[in-house]
Design a protein around this ligand. Structure first.
Ligand SMILES: Nc1ncnc2c1ncn2[C@@H]1O[C@H](COP(=O)(O)OP(=O)(O)OP(=O)(O)O)[C@@H](O)[C@H]1O
Length: 885
């Protein structure tokens, strides 16, 4: 196949193409980029990233990022002949540089040698065809004059060995506007046709069907294989810096400075921007000036550099900048240019420092486009401050525009450009501040975290801490979850919180923060009163950073419940907590073990301020509680939740002796869902007797009636201060429960809240409970006796009590007692007679729809009642709107 083209012809062609790359017309410009020649010769070429893109029923799906070089080698490998491959991406993304490099590599024999000929498609010539007809063969011949007509004809007969390169499809948009029918497509390279037919036939594949075509475009091309050029990844940027600066150390330092520069970091994926950035950093460095710290500062320096180079007067510079800032479209016509007041600059080299001019400046068809889209937005923002005739700030511009408006409101960032164009209009600066404050107060009450970050970014870019303070203090800041934030957002949030001085609650629910993110977040964490990290995933380094913030900061509440923590995390955290102000720690469901309890015990007795500790759902086992108990008599803990911690009666002696010691401050103990059993309960009763606890939860602790005598004795004792007791889900049986009831009868008993749901209670017990409620001595205000299958007759005792003047009940839970419609009338009369009851739970009983009207009437007649719960799996009534059903 390749033998058809002689070696000499091929070498001459390669030589010519090489020269065309070296002589490429692109001028070197700070905004436009480095000419391809220099990129290649100076070894600045850096691999780019692309991602495959599929148009799936009008929904664009993107694949993973890959190196462009790998994609080209794969997509244009031997056997893939006939492929149309599109690289698309925005201005300055490196498309032209990439295809020029492909051409260069082919000419040097480095790549794609299975193609006998690589030819450029004559883009300008096609665009200029107008209504004329021409054949593709003749057009190719015109720009490849070193190939004889005969050789070209032979080569085109063998399209499999051809690679055509079409750079800049966007320049041929006018040829693609009108859709062509497939019958108008041609397949003969010698056939003359309009530019539109030639182009469509080539893209469609009817013309030179077996040739491969590499196309670049600003937009994806429907029905062709497309890859989006996404520019430089962080690693590729680092390589670019290393290739740009001779000194590796300097390259590394400047790379890090760039990554830190506000806003610049987000632009650096664009190669043209990277090149501009490196140039400015280099110049600033050589002139011993401080490098720019923000994107605005960078653009301010660049504009100053460009204007200084032309030695323009301040007045002229001001006129140029404000006129350029009135060009709102990225591609402008001659008339746009003149109407914006740029007529006097048409022949000035200054215009081409900012704009790419295609054609003769005075020709009406000439188009003008900004060399850098970033600079375009910067000039738009600048002109707002220079020219009163520019419209007020609208809500429809790009994020970059607002970023620049914010940056330019800061005197330090606008200083370089002010040195060239004169002072900005002060009234405009305060107009912007007012606009930003209005924006903050509109966005912060909203639940959209992305919008929050957008205004935070603007506040950070304006670098005006009093503006931040004022605007946040005047807004209602809804503390939505910020877990989806990116690394720059962390710094932004830290800045804002630092300016405000404190944050009520940092909501990072379900966060998966990287080490870098949490490091950037430290200043904000430091100032957060409460931090919510429930269900998050944190590495040990992240925990170390969090611990630093806790140790030095002012956080009093931390929720790490159900988070995935690495080994040693609890130890690290505990070390920091001995020095922190933390008062409440939630480690529920964090897979803690016995070993972690040692660290917790050390922290508790080591000077921590902790008052509340939630360890629910961790497999601590008895040994773990024994460790913790050693600290309980020597710490400030007032509340501990040990629900479902795999404990048994074996750890109760240690716990009760610690609580009995006299030094323990613990008042609230939750032992729910542990095998405390009767022996353990007897020891806990001793603690109650000494008056240590005021709240105890021993529901589902495998208790029986046997422990009730000691518990009852404790409840009646002089010192007992227990006000809240949960005995639910224990088989207390009638005699056990009656013992508790007897204790409740004595005036010494201080219980206000009693839960005995699912305790196998009988009608006898209900009768006793009724008497207690009517006795006048009882302090009970909440009673839960649900899930005891006693029926209407037992409940009668409760109805009777409710009507009694001594009954103080406010909350009554009668779930699943097998109540029927028969009791409803009496129930309603009793509730109506009660002067205290506000909540009644009747769910999962045998009531039917026929009772509903009576219950609804009750609710309507009794404003005191705030909740009546009648839920059944299939039956849910919504009672008066402000009250729940
Ligand atoms: N792979 C690369 N390695 C090093 N520098 C690059 C690379 N790609 C692009 N550049 C730099 O970015 C500048 C702009 O690149 P290029 O002109 O290729 O972009 P483009 O995508 O073709 O833009 P446009 O759509 O405006 O033509 C180049 O002049 C060069 O300075």
């Amino acid at each position: 196949m390749r033998s058809e083209i002689s070696y000499d012809v091929q070498q001459t062609h390669k030589e010519t193409l090489r020269n065309s790359v070296l002589n490429s017309a692109l001028p070197s410009s700070l905004l436009g980029g480095q000419p391809v020649r220099e990129v290649i010769q100076k070894g600045h070429y850096t691999a780019l990233s692309v991602c495959a893109c599929e148009d799936d029923h009008a929904r664009v799906r993107r694949g993973d990022q890959e190196a462009l070089e790998d994609v080209i080698s794969r997509e244009l490998s031997p056997g893939s002949e006939g492929r149309r491959l599109v690289l698309y991406g925005g201005v300055g993304m490196g498309k032209t540089t990439a295809v020029e490099k492909v051409i260069w590599d082919w000419t040097t024999g480095a790549r794609l040698q299975h193609y006998a000929l690589l030819m450029r498609v004559p883009v300008w010539e096609l665009a200029a065809l107008g209504g004329k007809a021409e054949s593709l063969q003749r057009m190719l011949g015109c720009i490849h004059t070193h190939i004889s007509t005969e050789t070209l004809a032979v080569a085109l007969q063998r399209p499999q060995s051809l690679l055509l390169v079409l750079d800049g499809l966007e320049r041929l948009q006018n040829l693609l506007c009108a859709p062509l029918s497939s019958s108008s497509l041609i397949c003969d390279v010698q056939q003359e046709a309009s530019g539109s037919v030639l182009l469509c036939s080539l893209l469609h594949g009817s013309l030179l069907a077996e040739a491969s075509v590499l196309i670049t475009s600003r937009e994806p091309v429907e029905s062709l294989r497309c890859f989006e050029v996404v520019g430089f990844s962080q690693t590729q940027r680092r390589t670019f810096f290393q290739q740009f600066f001779d000194d590796r150390g300097q390259a590394e330092r400047l790379f890090h400075q760039c990554e830190q520069a506000l806003g610049a970091y987000e632009q650096c994926f664009r190669p043209a921007f990277c090149w501009m950035l490196c140039n400015v950093f280099k110049t600033q460095f050589e002139n011993k000036n401080t490098p720019p710290e923000t994107l605005t500062h960078l653009l301010s320096i660049i504009t100053h550099m460009l204007l200084q180079k032309q030695k323009m007067q301040a007045e002229q510079s001001r006129a140029l900048v404000s006129s350029l800032g009135k060009l709102t479209n990225s591609v402008c016509s001659y008339s746009d240019i003149t109407s914006c007041g740029l007529l006097s600059f048409l022949h000035s080299p200054m215009l081409s420092a900012f704009l790419c001019i295609s054609g003769d400046v005075t020709h009406p068809d000439t188009t003008f486009s900004f060399l850098s889209p970033v600079m375009h937005e910067f000039l738009l923002a600048t002109s707002f401050y220079l020219d009163q005739s520019v419209q007020e700030i609208s809500d429809e511009r790009s994020d970059l525009y607002y970023t620049f408006l914010a940056g330019l409101s800061d005197s330090v960032q606008r200083k370089p450009i002010e040195d060239s164009v004169g002072k900005f209009d002060e009234s405009r600066i305060s107009t912007f501040s007012q606009w930003l404050m209005g924006n903050v107060s509109r966005v912060l009450p909203d639940g959209d975290a992305t919008k929050h970050f957008r205004v935070f970014q603007l506040l950070q870019h304006a670098r005006n801490s009093s503006l931040v303070k004022e605007s946040i203090s005047k807004s209602r800041w809804r503390l939505v979850g910020y877990s989806s934030m990116q690394e720059p957002d962390c710094a932004v949030l830290s800045y804002v919180v630092s300016c405000v001085g404190e944050m009520e609650h940092m909501n990072l629910y379900r966060a998966e923060l990287t080490d870098e993110q949490i490091e950037r977040l430290i200043p904000a964490l430091w100032l957060s009163k409460s931090i919510g990290l429930s269900q998050s995933r944190l590495s040990l380094t992240a925990i170390t950073n969090l611990s630093t913030a806790l140790a030095e900061g002012r956080t009093i509440k931390l929720d790490l419940s159900y988070s995935t923590l690495e080994k040693e995390s609890v130890k690290t955290l505990c070390r920091a907590l001995t020095r922190s102000t933390l008062e409440s720690l939630n480690l529920c469901g964090c897979s803690l073990t016995t070993a972690d309890c040692e660290a917790l015990a050390q922290m508790l007795s080591g000077g921590s301020q902790l008052r509340v500790l939630n360890l629910c759902g961790n497999n601590l086992e008895d040994q773990g509680l024994i460790h913790l108990s050693s600290a309980l008599e020597n710490c400030r803990l007032q509340e501990i939740n040990l629900d479902l911690c795999s404990l048994t009666a074996a750890s109760m002696p240690a716990l009760s002796s610690a609580l009995n010691s006299g030094f323990s401050e613990l008042r609230k103990l939750n032992l729910r869902r542990n095998a405390v059993m009767d022996d353990g309960m007897e020891l806990i009763s001793q603690v109650l007797q000494k008056g240590r606890l005021n709240t105890l939860n021993v529901s589902s602790c495998e208790l029986t009636g046997s422990c009730c005598s000691s518990l009852a004795a404790a409840l009646q004792s002089e010192n007992c201060r227990l006000t809240e007791l949960d005995l639910s889900v224990n088989d207390l049986d009638q005699s056990g429960a009656m013992q508790i009831c007897e204790a409740l009868m004595t005036p010494k008993c201080s219980l206000e809240i009693l839960e005995m749901s699912r305790c196998e209670l009988t009608e006898e017990v209900f009768r006793a409970l009724g008497s207690i409620l009517m006795s006048g001595g009882s302090k009970l205000v909440r009673l839960s006796v649900g899930l005891n299958d006693v029926g209407d007759t037992a409940a009668k005792h409760i109805w009777e009590a409710l009507r009694h003047k001594h009954c103080k009940l406010q909350h009554l839970d009668l779930e699943m007692l097998s109540l029927t419609d028969a009791c409803v009338e009496e129930l309603c009369e009793s509730v109506a007679a009660s002067s205290t009851l506000s909540t009644l739970i009747l769910k999962n009983n045998r009531l039917t729809d026929s009772s509903v009207p009576r219950l609804v009437k009750l609710m309507l007649d009794r404003p005191l009642m705030t909740q009546l719960n009648l839920t059944k799996p299939h039956w849910r009534y919504l009672l008066p709107s402000t009250r729940s059903s």
